[in-house]
Design a protein around this ligand. Structure first.
Ligand SMILES: Cc1ncc(COP(=O)(O)O)c(C=O)c1O
Length: 500
């Protein structure tokens, strides 16, 4: 075995005594780095443990522990009566210049291979200070989530021996008890007429939108959405290979006459609707247009993806039953979930469709995410069956209604000169159109300086560059004091910014 010149460990090893990582492991990491980079070639002789411990001013036992670890990983070998060497069987690497060494053990940013980069999925990150007051576009108040109840039931289920099979690979359609509970819950609350065969449990509504898009939109199939529309859904359709056509949205919701005109001219695969509260403008699809849309779906044989993301939040009257409740010919894929009722981190949603569609979606889901959190699904099944979910949903609906009322009243009183808006009948956000010729950019940057952070970019609502000047602002996640503070700050900022 040849012995190239001893590598200058003393000047190249840099151990951090304040780090949480053991010194011997730091030494290992760095020696592996030298070997991988070629600075320590196969068969190089390593200094004895006494010498190295003196050079590095560390305990000899630390060096011995590092050498033992490197030996067990196969990086080095000990030859009786000769010493310790870098393993001779390792491949030879062309050494890099010493100054490049530090980059080898740093986390790398750049891949050494080609892969598809999706520019359309990049979102402008907005930095928010922890103390900043945030303006979102309609999310639930996670502080209201019944976390104690969830934790208690989850723990109870986890502990019980007869529930241990929930820790195994399970049904690709999702927890059977949750599907059974959902049959009753959805048939009662939404007028659906489904059985367990029509339900696939997903991780939130977004997974449902993704699966439906993958089933429906390959090979440049056309999907019609509203102008303007929920941006993430648009991205999902484009990603699946679909071509988006847009029709207008007015006070009655998505314009079904325009849909009919397009259907007469070309083949349409899918229509995406947020029928209960259109995203972002919050309007409800009128009864007449609902009937029209279903009739068109039957005539032209397209699918309707009905994204009922905030069904539970309707304040002025009883919620309007979804299109899915009148779907006699199997045209609707109905998507919903519990992320808005309980909390966004509770990733449980459902995908409701004719059995053959559910079967296909379940097979597709399996290759993306084998199954969801079965314990959490079982927890939710119990919370639906014992009425916890309905009680919580009633409670937050009352709270959000009061927040909507306060938010809209203050908005009208203090900022009515600058905005056009309708009081939303439901949901968690208001659609605010800034009167021309004012501009959101000015307001957003002035607000940022006052610690009032808009976490979304207004351009996401203008996906067709129509210049509608609209912004969706959430009220549900702000308590009374926060609402007052937001409006007061805006009332200070906006006139000053605009009149400058
Ligand atoms: C219109 C719409 N659909 C779907 C989703 C996705 O919801 P989930 O968190 O259940 O995936 C959202 C989330 O904000 C939404 O606004």
């Amino acid at each position: 075995m040849s012995s190239p010149a001893i590598f200058p460990f003393k000047s190249n090893i840099d151990l951090d005594r304040n780090s949480n990582r053991h010194l011997y492991l730091q030494l290992c990491d760095q020696m592996i780095g030298f070997i991988k980079s070629g600075k320590l070639a196969p068969s190089s002789k390593l200094p004895g443990s006494r010498k190295l411990s003196e050079d590095l001013s560390i305990h000899r036992k630390t060096v011995i522990a590092a050498y033992d670890e490197l030996m067990s990983q196969g990086w080095i070998e000990s030859i009786p009566a000769r010493g310790t060497f870098v393993s001779q069987d390792l491949p030879i690497v062309n050494p890099k210049k010493l100054k490049d060494f530090s980059t080898i053990i740093d986390t790398k940013n750049t891949a050494g291979f080609n892969f598809k980069k999706r520019k359309h999925l990049i979102r402008k990150g907005i930095k928010t200070l922890l103390i900043a007051l945030k303006i979102d576009d309609g999310v639930p108040d996670h502080r209201l989530a019944p976390i104690e109840d969830i934790a208690k039931i989850y723990r109870n289920i986890t502990k019980k021996a007869h529930h241990k099979e929930l820790l195994m690979y399970g049904d690709i359609y999702g927890n059977i008890n949750l599907r059974k509970a959902l049959v009753i819950y959805l048939n009662q609350t939404r007028g659906l007429k489904i059985t367990v065969d029509n339900i696939l449990i997903t991780r939130g509504s977004q997974m449902g939108i993704y699966l439906a898009s993958q089933l429906l939109l390959n090979d440049k199939k056309t999907i019609i959405t509203g102008n303007t529309n929920y941006m993430t859904a648009d991205n999902t359709f484009t990603e699946a290979g679909g071509i988006i056509k847009r029709v207008s949205v007015d006070a009655q919701g998505i314009n079904t006459n325009e849909i009919e005109t397009i259907c007469k001219e070309e083949s349409i695969s899918t229509i995406y609707v947020t029928s209960h509260h259109h995203h972002p403008t919050t309007v409800t699809l009128s009864a007449e247009r609902r009937m029209h849309l279903l009739a068109l779906a039957q005539q032209y044989k397209f699918a309707i993806i009905e994204d009922d993301y905030d069904y539970d939040f309707h304040y002025s009257n009883a919620p309007i039953l979804p299109l899915a409740s009148n779907d006699t010919d199997g045209n609707v894929i109905y998507i919903g979930g519990f992320t808005k009722i309980i909390a966004p981190a509770l990733r449980i949603g459902y995908f409701i469709a004719p059995k053959e569609v559910v079967d296909e979606a379940a097979r597709l889901r399996r290759i993306l995410d084998r199954q969801g959190d079965t314990l959490l699904e079982q927890t939710l099944a119990r919370m639906i069956s014992n009425g916890d979910v309905q009680r919580h949903s009633n409670k937050v609906r009352r709270i959000y209604k009061a927040r909507r009322d306060l938010f809209c009243k203050l908005l009208q009183n203090k900022l009515g000169d600058f905005f056009d808006f309708e009081i939303p009948k439901g949901g968690m956000a208001v659609w605010l159109q800034l009167k021309k010729p004012y501009h959101w950019d000015l307001i957003i940057s002035a607000a940022q300086k006052q610690n009032l952070v808009f976490i979304n970019d207004w351009k996401r609502y203008d996906n067709n560059n129509s210049g509608h000047n609209g912004f969706r602002i959430g009220f549900a996640a702000l308590n009374e004091e926060e609402i007052i503070e937001v409006i007061e700050k805006l009332a200070e900022i906006i006139p000053n910014t605009i009149e400058k």
